[in-house]
Design a protein around this ligand. Structure first.
Ligand code: ATR
Length: 279
């Protein structure tokens, strides 16, 4: 019997995870299946689906919106990344144990460093937003050696609060939080990351052009949306390079796959297949 895995979310039909994990399984010769589960909109839907998947012998789940918080709450063990993120995007089942991980930030760092070739050690990074996507990126960016992390959010208080909460966990990485409107012309960065959900509504966070001027890369965590208003603003401000989050998606999947199966798949072919030109 092949081992069973799945992705759970609501809605879920758009998910690329079955394709990605199917290709990884094929390439690494793993005997496994990977399905989609719609957890539905009813209260308790996630917990019921989780219980029946485990009863049926399921070995692990990827978790997407809106269940990432519930996935962490259901866990008996959680990684530091999942705890600081306040959310889990991968679960692993072992007898009574439910282990939670959050690979989104690790996927982001791997994409930036390995696929896009930008080492993060010593860099000044502007991270836009103060929601779940930002939270998930904090520890992995700090572990990669980022020197200074500025969290800028439309609602300033959320970014200052998050910076205060995260600071004790980030080692030598200096973290500051504030409003988008507080960014001045003297605030320059080597990397600007959009972790807001603005691109999903066709908007861009109000970032001054000067923030991009000396940046080697502007990175939007969304994927498949082409040149988002954020990426267009970065180009207009003469940012050297722009990228969307397709590599983050593929790399976080590879991390989960390795955690489940003990073998890390090569991501190049899958990434090439999913990449949509940024036009
Ligand atoms: P996620 O889990 O994707 O991070 P979230 O927790 O709802 O989602 O957070 C969304 C983030 O995007 C917030 O930081 C939000 O800013 P506010 O805290 O001010 O609401 C930010 N955001 C969403 N739309 C935005 C826009 N058009 N411009 C700037 N920031 C935006």
């Amino acid at each position: 019997m092949p081992d069973r895995y799945a992705v759970i979310g609501h809605p879920i039909a758009h998910s690329k995870s079955p394709l990605i994990h199917g290709l990884f399984a094929q390439a690494t010769g793993q005997d496994m299946t990977y399905d989609m589960i719609d957890g539905g909109a009813e209260p308790g839907g996630f917990d019921r689906a989780l219980a029946s998947f485990r009863t049926a012998g399921g070995r692990g789940l990827n978790v997407t919106l809106p269940f990432k918080l519930q996935a962490l709450a259901a866990a008996t063990q959680a990684s530091d990344d999942a705890r600081l993120a306040g959310a889990a995007n991968a679960l692993r089942f072992d007898g009574e144990r439910i282990e939670a991980q959050n690979f989104d930030g690790i996927g982001l760092v791997r994409d930036i460093e390995h696929n896009l070739g930008l080492p993060l050690a010593g860099k000044r990074v502007l991270l836009l937003g103060a929601g779940g996507a930002t939270r998930g990126a904090l520890l992995p960016l700090a572990r990669a050696g980022v020197a200074r992390l500025v969290l800028a959010n439309r609602t300033a208080a959320k970014a200052t609060g998050l910076a205060r909460e995260a600071a004790p966990h980030l080692g030598g990485c200096v973290v500051e939080g504030g409003g988008l409107a507080d960014l001045t012309a003297s605030d320059t960065f080597e990397l600007v990351i959009n972790a807001t959900s603005s691109s999903l509504s066709g908007e861009a966070p109000a970032v001054p052009a000067s923030a991009f001027a000396s940046a080697a890369l502007a990175y939007d965590m969304v994927y498949g949306k082409g040149l988002t208003p954020f990426l267009k603003a970065a180009q207009a401000a003469r940012c050297a390079r722009v990228a969307d989050g397709v590599g983050m998606l593929v790399e976080q999947a590879a991390e989960a796959f390795a955690w489940w199966r003990g073998v890390r798949p090569d991501t190049r072919d899958v990434l090439a297949r999913l990449t949509v030109p940024l036009v």
